[in-house]
Design a protein around this ligand. Structure first.
Ligand code: HEC
Ligand code: HEC
Length: 215
C-alpha cells in the first residue's frame, strides 16, 4: 500500500514538474498564422546577428552549433519562444532570444526554414540494432520508432517535430544527452526525455551519427 502510494506520488510530482517546465507555446490559430506569414526578407536582415554561429544561410561551421537551414519554421519559432521564457535553457541562446519580438521570431523562422538543408557526406553505414531502433523501436523498453515522429527520412513532421537529417552529429548527441538528464525539458509531455532516458551512451552516439549522415 505504501509502495503504491509512493509510486502515485512520484508520477504526480513528475507530471507536475513536466507541465510546469515544458514549452508554453500553444498552437492556436493566431500563433500558426503568425508563423505561416513570417517574412523571410526581414528574417534575413535579423539573421545577421546569428550568422557568426549559425552561418550566413543556417549551416553552422562549429559542430556544437546546430544547423537551422531547412528546419521546420514552426519548430524554429517554438524553440526561440522557449529560450525567451526559459522553458529551454542555454545561456547563449537565452541572451539572443531575449530581445526578439514574436514577429522577429516568425520572420527568422521563415528565413531559415527556406534555406537549403545541409547535405551530408554519406560514408559509413548504420548497424542493424540502430536501424531497428529507428524503424521499429524496441517493445521491451516501450520505445516507439524514431521515424514514426521524425519521418522516414528524418525530414521532420508537422507541427513541431524537428528535422534531424543532416543535423550536426555533435549537436544531436549533446541534445539527446540533455533530454536524458532533463537539462533540456521543453518537449511536450516529456516525450523526448522519456525516450532519451532509456537510451545507452552508445545508442545515443550511433543515433546521432545515423541522423547526421542522413540526407
Ligand atoms: C554565440 C553563438 C550563437 C549565436 C550568435 C546564436 N546562436 Fe542559436 N544556438 C547556439 C547554440 C550553442 C545552440 C544550442 C543550444 C542548446 O543546446 O540549447 C543554439 C540553438 C539555436 C536554436 C535551436 C535549434 C534546434 O535545433 O533546436 C535556434 C532556433 C537558434 N539557435 C536560433 C538562433 C537565432 C535566430 C539567432 C540570432 C538571433 C541565434 N541563434 C544566435 C549558438 C548561437
Ligand atoms: C512520439 C514522437 C517522437 C518519437 C518517437 C521520437 N521523437 Fe525525437 N522529438 C519529438 C519532438 C516532438 C521533438 C521536439 C521536442 C522539443 O521541442 O524539445 C523531438 C526532438 C528531438 C531532437 C532534438 C532536435 C533538435 O534540433 O534539437 C532529437 C535529437 C530527437 N528528437 C531524436 C530522436 C531519436 C533519435 C528518436 C528515436 C530513438 C526520437 N527522437 C523519437 C518527437 C519524437
Amino acid at each position: 500500500m505504501r509502495g503504491r502510494l509512493a509510486i502515485v506520488l512520484c508520477l504526480f510530482i513528475a507530471g507536475v514538474g513536466q507541465t510546469a517546465l515544458a514549452t508554453r507555446v500553444a498552437w492556436d490559430p493566431e500563433t500558426l498564422a503568425l508563423v505561416e506569414r513570417g517574412d523571410p526578407k526581414r528574417g534575413q536582415e535579423l539573421a545577421s546577428a546569428c550568422s557568426s554561429c549559425h552561418g550566413r544561410e543556417g549551416i553552422s561551421a562549429n559542430p556544437a552549433f546546430p544547423h537551422l537551414a531547412g528546419q521546420l519554421a514552426t519548430y524554429l519559432y517554438r524553440q526561440l519562444r522557449d529560450y525567451q521564457d526559459g522553458s529551454r535553457q542555454n545561456s547563449l541562446m537565452q541572451g539572443f532570444a531575449a530581445g526578439l519580438s514574436d514577429q522577429d521570431m516568425a520572420d527568422l523562422a521563415a528565413w531559415y526554414s527556406r534555406q537549403r538543408p545541409p547535405e551530408p557526406n554519406l560514408t559509413t553505414k548504420a548497424s542493424e540494432p540502430i536501424l531497428e531502433l529507428v524503424r521499429r523501436g524496441d517493445s521491451k523498453r516501450i520505445l516507439p520508432p524514431c521515424q514514426v515522429c521524425h519521418g522516414e527520412s528524418g525530414q521532420g513532421e508537422k507541427i513541431d517535430t524537428p528535422r534531424l537529417a543532416g543535423q550536426s552529429q555533435a549537436y544531436l548527441e549533446q541534445t539527446l544527452k540533455a533530454y536524458r538528464d532533463s537539462s533540456r525539458h521543453n518537449d511536450i509531455y516529456g516525450r523526448m526525455r522519456e525516450i532519451a532516458g532509456q537510451l545507452s551512451e552508445e545508442e545515443i552516439k550511433q543515433l546521432a551519427a545515423y541522423y547526421a549522415r542522413l540526407r
